[in-house]
Design a binder for this molecule. Structure first.
Ligand code: FES
Length: 122
C-alpha cells in the first residue's frame, strides 16, 4: 500500500530572514472594526488581523490547504474561513477547525500601543 503524503501549504517554511524582529506597527485600531479581517504585510510576512469580541488577533494570511488568502474570507466567532474551499482556522492559535486544511496557520503576538496595532512575526 502506497504511503500518502500530507500536503502542506505555503506557510510551512518558517520565518523569513527579511521579517522584522520585535513588534512592528501595522495598522490603526480603527482599521479593524469588530468582525473585520484586514490584510497587512509585515516585512514580507502576510498577516490577517481580526477583531472578535473586542480582542485583536494576528494570524498568517495564507491558507495551508492551497494558499488561499484568508483575508478575503469571512469571520464567524473565532473561526476564519478560507474563501477558496472553506477550510476554517481558529484565530486564537491558528489550529484547524474545519477541513480541507490539515495544518495550522501561524498565529502571532499582537498588542495595541495608543491607537496603533503592533504585530510580532519573529
Ligand atoms: S485554499 Fe483554503 S481551503 Fe483550499
Amino acid at each position: 500500500m502506497a504511503e500518502e503524503s500530507i500536503r502542506v501549504g505555503p506557510n510551512d517554511r518558517g520565518p523569513r530572514p527579511s521579517a522584522p524582529e520585535g513588534f512592528v506597527t501595522v495598522a490603526k485600531t480603527s482599521d479593524v472594526p469588530e468582525g473585520a479581517i484586514k490584510y497587512v504585510d509585515v516585512g514580507g510576512v502576510p498577516v490577517a488581523l481580526c477583531r472578535v469580541g473586542g480582542e485583536l488577533f494576528a494570524v498568517g494570511n495564507l491558507c495551508t490547504h492551497d494558499g488561499g488568502p484568508l483575508s478575503g474570507g469571512s469571520l464567524e466567532d473565532h473561526a476564519i474561513e478560507c474563501p477558496r474551499h472553506g477550510a476554517r482556522f481558529d484565530v486564537r492559535d491558528g489550529h484547524v477547525v474545519c477541513l480541507p486544511a490539515a495544518a495550522p496557520i501561524p498565529s502571532y503576538a499582537v498588542r495595541v500601543e495608543h491607537d496603533q496595532i503592533q504585530v510580532k512575526v519573529r
